[in-house]
Design a protein around this ligand. Structure first.
Ligand SMILES: Cc1cc2nc3c(=O)[nH]c(=O)nc-3n(C[C@H](O)[C@H](O)[C@H](O)COP(=O)(O)O)c2cc1C
Length: 181
């Protein structure tokens, strides 16, 4: 027997994307988004409704998308609960520290992996952006490459509304399937 749940957005799991942007006066904002993903080699798309972050990105095309981590789960959830429109102290209370990339794009010191992005289009509440650069703190590298065991990324479970950490490697992509040939 199988059970059905009607039409629901039960894609599992979803990422924890932490978007950092500036308004026109360079005041930073940070928000969490789980409805997003890579839609081309150097393109990310995120479903963004009416937030301070959305206004910022429409006015100032450059922003970053960091990956939420286990160490920072409270801060990642906080910036998804509170809008800067409602609490001007949001960033001070968040536990995150704003730093800037060489491209003058705002980043979060506590999140070691970020995509520096430029908005291409915002329509029907979907933001499409070009990935300009991958910005990574050296602390999560092993032999010069990004090491997921050091990053400690979290994912979002949209069914149970929980954050989960990633497990260990269970297979090698583009290789395991050859065992069926
Ligand atoms: C786990 C989680 C996922 C979220 N995903 C999205 C999303 O994909 N798109 C969106 O528009 N809002 C999403 N939100 C809501 C925004 O993060 C939230 O409204 C935030 O307060 C906006 O902040 P701002 O107005 O300061 O930009 C999510 C919140 C949480 C906690």
């Amino acid at each position: 027997m199988r059970k059905t749940f009607k039409a629901n957005n039960y894609l599992y799991p979803q990422p924890v994307l932490v978007i950092t942007s500036y308004d026109k006066d360079k005041n930073p904002d940070i928000m969490t988004a789980a409805w997003g993903g890579i839609t081309d080699y150097n393109q990310i798309s995120i479903a963004l409704s009416n937030h301070q972050t959305t206004e910022n990105i429409i006015n100032n095309r450059y922003f970053s998308v960091s990956i939420g981590t286990a160490d920072t789960v409270v801060s990642c959830d906080y910036v998804g609960l509170v809008s800067l429109k409602d609490d001007k102290e949001k960033i001070n209370k968040s536990g995150f520290t704003i730093i800037e990339s060489e491209n003058n794009i705002p980043l979060i010191k506590e999140l070691p992996l970020a995509l520096e992005c430029e908005a291409i289009e915002y329509s029907n509440e979907v933001l499409k952006a070009k990935i300009l650069n991958v910005n990574c703190d050296e602390s999560i590298l092993s032999n010069g490459e990004i090491d997921p065991s050091k990053l400690n990324a979290i994912v979002y479970d949209p069914i149970n509304h929980t954050y989960l950490s990633l497990g260990s490697i269970i297979g090698y992509a583009f290789k395991e399937g050859f065992k069926r040939q």
